[in-house]
Design a protein around this ligand. Sequence first.
Ligand code: F6P
Length: 558
Amino acid sequence: MSEPTPLPASATKAAWDKLDALAAAPGGRLITPLFAADPNRAEKFSASFEDMFLDFSKTSISPEAMTGLFELARAAKVEDFIVRLFAGEPVNMTEHRSAMHMALRSLPDAGFRAVLPEGGFEDASKVAAHERAHMEKFVRAVHAGEIVAADGKPFTDVLNIGIGGSDLGPRMVSLALTFVHGAKISPHFLSNVDGHAFAQLSRELDPARTLVLVASKTFTTLETMTNGHAARDWIAGALGEDAVSHHFAALSTNMKETGKFGIPEDRVFGFRDWVGGRYSVWSAIGLSVALAAGWDAFEDFLAGGRAMDGHFRNTPLEQNLPVLMALAGIWNLDVQHAATLCILAYDARLARFPAYLQQLEMESNGKSTRLAGDQVTHQTCPVVFGEPGTDAQHSFMQLVHQGPAHVPVDFILAAEADHNRPEAHRILAANVFAQAEALLAGKSLEEVTEEMKKAGADEETIKRVAPHRVFTGQRPSTTVLYKKLDAYSLGRLIVLYEHKVAVQGAIWGINSYDQWGVELGKKLAQAIIPSLEPKADHGHHDGSTLGLMNKFLSLRGE
Ligand code: F6P
């Protein structure tokens, strides 16, 4: 088994040049003429998988540009990449690891395999199924009142302590699924090392009723270990040292460290190093989701992810939702130079989805070095941000409509609501369509002038105000629409983005599965902590850092 052969940047140069030429041609940045030219554009520039519908017609991708984007994908050997990814080849070449999160949601006999650190492969589907059985037994026993707190009474709350991938996934999914499926146990999340976060939670929670999950792939992350020990002191202080073994479980790949923390082996839910942090919600890291929303909901969630894996793996590029989404993103970012991506889920249950995608997209693809060791030739990842709609319309959407830079938007909407006020859901949906239409069509000076005249404005007012009320339009968006939000459809939605990110990484020729960029800050923080003790030697730092450290200590009177 060999490391993936890095493609030289020259392999995709002709395809990129063609796309640049198309965008630079007259009208190459406009969208509305594309609709005027083809009444069937919406149909041609959209695709479905099951009830999930992706519309990317509101982009400036012309039919020629679409052909060019497929040529780019083929020049970058995306189809080969998909085969290698699913074959468990070490696509994470800097760490010589597979990226085999698909095995976590596969059936036990699917036969997905992953590279072992010592060489050879293991049956990742079987490993995942084994750990899933361990999780299921635990979750069902907690719900049945067979696994209980130190006082023999059931747990009512679960506190997941983790950060990054060990927090964002479980937090986002729990919020969505406890709404849909009800909360069997109330989930809570502690990620930030800021002591205020723990202070707040320890005020709200009763230690006697709380099950604590210390979630850390490495079990060495500073924030999680600091918070884990704070929670340990909190439980032991309130209930006695013996309560710790009843009230704690660990979700980790590092059995040695979980043992040192004092968590019994049968309370450690493991996963392997072929599961990246930001892809780990499907693994033992999802235990809080299963405890909160129930085991059956967790299984449905995995099934949704599995269905999208199958679609991605087996569908030609031309109808492949993650591929189409990836190509639309590449067009916006690299050809039209729109450097951001705004995620607008019109769904309060998906309030944490943008935060989740920030890690998924930016930790995966925020890279400058290609697999071949040279520097990337294009921008590799948009800056991702977002908020639920319609709230976002009353905060940052002003800039998206009228700012000089174009901000591509992903609108996300479920057709059916999970409440009994259909009129509210119609209003919500109307806002999605209105926002996307406004971004596309805009409003010309002539239209504004006419509108103001009709409203009785005088000439002077029209001259002064009308230019400020002009919307240029031609601003791209894509829309993801599906029947309803539930465990299955959320699983599908997440995997749509996971594989979109994978395809984009393959086109840019980077490793989407390492994250060296977060290491330096972590190391420096470790070095600075002791120098913030009163009268400690500050060590060697730049003038600004030293000055700030001194100011911090003097403001504290130390
Ligand atoms: O932010 C860097 C990172 O390594 C992420 O990739 C990961 O999700 C997070 O830290 C938490 O790491 P761990 O699960 O090992 O505590």
